[in-house]
Design a protein around this ligand. Structure first.
Ligand SMILES: Cc1cc2nc3c(=O)[nH]c(=O)nc-3n(C[C@H](O)[C@H](O)[C@H](O)COP(=O)(O)OP(=O)(O)OC[C@H]3O[C@@H](n4cnc5c(N)ncnc54)[C@H](O)[C@@H]3O)c2cc1C
Length: 408
């Protein structure tokens, strides 16, 4: 974690201004074209590398600029306001780079991380399988111990950037050990014998960042390429997923902000029943509802990022809350904004249908909304077991209920 002291307020403001300029001048205008293709958005990726935005995910010791989370969420929002692919390139670089930064042996990290930070090479994070997505601890991909390393077998599904990745972080179950503690993470090069990337899986949105299945058939991995501790695969995945969940929240928030700005602009121009749409009270109330909810979501996401930067022990549940809230709101806001565009909103000629399609994915990836509700609910119950509210004396109540004598 990074407390951000390497970044002065002026340096943060300068990078954010450059990101905004890039989004408005280059990435926004070509976002619709990017959204038409299922190939990797190389131009967008190179622009993000050129402006030093990709490097913010990596430590200074390895050629990165290690931005604090409070800055990274703002960068992600800035990109998502115009283009989902650009935003997911920023968060996806982190998703697939973080386990290498956190878990690779020093020599391997020194070789790979500077090249990931410059954009020379790319990695992918292969956790999900055909039979286990939400239920990650039950994944089936195996790592069999052999002299000098392991042999991996299994199929990974929906792996972002698989079609272009040079390296794969693969989480697998070692020698049949049960549960989350049986998992370890490994780093596998694309050209490893037995590793095959399947065809691109076409999807509803999130174009420009292709996904594919990854097949591992007797793939040999040397001892030097295990990431983190033996049995530490779940810990490494959770460390990665907390960051990724904050990233999803920032994407959803930035995109919803973009849709909202466009809808507000539209309502100031479009006329119905002799007046501008925005002059109808019902429309004003819709805009007001979106404005205050977006502001509340921004506070939640930014506070969560600050918790991350100061290594708050409860950051994981706050990441769940930020993701749940911002992604559900993102779906609602993009749907309502499309509604305000009427039939035009439904046309590909306008960007709202793209924003709405892209919003759906944030409610599913890195833990579906329902899974986050469960995590938050469990946390609430754990915490409440330690609490005593001064207005409620449950011990006294239970003692009274246990007393068979009538009160005198
Ligand atoms: C575009 C895209 C990119 C992705 N990129 C990657 C990647 O790079 N690497 C990677 O490893 N994975 C990736 N994924 C996988 C993604 O993280 C999973 O799809 C997600 O975690 C959900 O898993 P699942 O699809 O198997 O859904 P399932 O686990 O089958 O769940 C289906 C639905 O059931 C409900 N549900 C599940 N469990 C519960 C529960 N406990 N309580 C209540 N409801 C529940 C939820 O509504 C959920 O949406 C990607 C997916 C997509 C679509």
């Amino acid at each position: 974690m990074n407390d951000g002291t390497d970044w002065t307020p002026a340096a943060e403001a300068a990078l954010l201004a450059r990101a905004r300029e890039l989004a408005d001048r280059e990435i926004g205008p070509r976002a619709a074209a990017v959204a038409e293709q299922e190939t990797f958005a190389w131009d967008t990726f190179r622009a993000l590398c050129r402006e030093g935005i990709v490097a913010t995910a990596f430590p200074r010791a390895f050629g990165g600029t290690e931005a604090p989370m409070r800055l990274r969420v703002r960068l992600v929002e800035t990109m998502a306001r115009v283009c989902t692919a650009a935003a997911t390139i920023v968060t996806g670089t982190d998703l697939a780079g973080r386990p290498i930064v956190a878990g690779a042996a020093p020599a391997l990290a020194a070789d790979l991380v500077p090249r990931l930070a410059s954009g020379e090479i790319q990695s992918a994070f292969a956790l999900t399988e055909r039979g286990s997505g939400s239920d990650v601890a039950n994944l089936a991909c195996t790592a069999r111990t052999v002299p000098g390393g392991w042999v991996l077998d299994g199929v990974k599904r929906y792996i972002t950037r698989a079609p272009v990745a040079d390296w794969f972080v693969v989480v697998a179950r070692v020698d049949g050990a049960a549960g989350a503690r049986g998992l370890s993470a490994f780093l596998v090069p694309r050209d490893a014998p037995g590793l095959t990337v399947g065809p691109v899986q076409t999807k509803m949105g999130w174009a420009g960042v292709p996904i594919a299945e990854v097949f591992l058939c007797g793939v040999a991995v040397p001892e030097s390429h295990r990431l983190g501790a033996a049995g530490g695969g779940m810990t490494l995945a959770q460390d990665t997923l907390v960051r990724a969940r904050i990233g999803h929240a920032a994407i959803a928030l930035g995109r919803a902000q973009g849709a909202f700005e466009m809808a507000a602009q539209w309502c100031g121009r479009r006329r119905s029943f002799g007046q501008r749409l925005g002059e109808h009270q019902g429309v004003q109330w819709m805009l007001a509802g979106m404005a205050h909810r977006l502001e509340a979501a921004r506070c939640l996401v930014h506070t969560c990022a600050e918790r991350y930067d100061r290594a708050d022990p409860d950051v994981a549940v706050h990441a769940s809350m930020a993701k749940l809230h911002a992604t559900d709101l993102g779906m609602q806001v993009t749907t309502d904004c499309l509604q305000l565009f009427g039939g035009n909103g439904y046309l590909k000629e306008f960007p709202l249908e793209r924003f709405m399609r892209d919003a759906k994915m944030n409610q599913i990836g890195e833990g579906a909304s329902e899974v986050h509700k469960t995590l938050i609910g469990r946390h609430v119950l754990r915490e409440s077991a330690r609490l005593r509210h001064p207005c409620l004396d449950l011990d006294a109540f239970e003692a009274r209920m246990a007393d068979p004598e009538p009160p005198r």
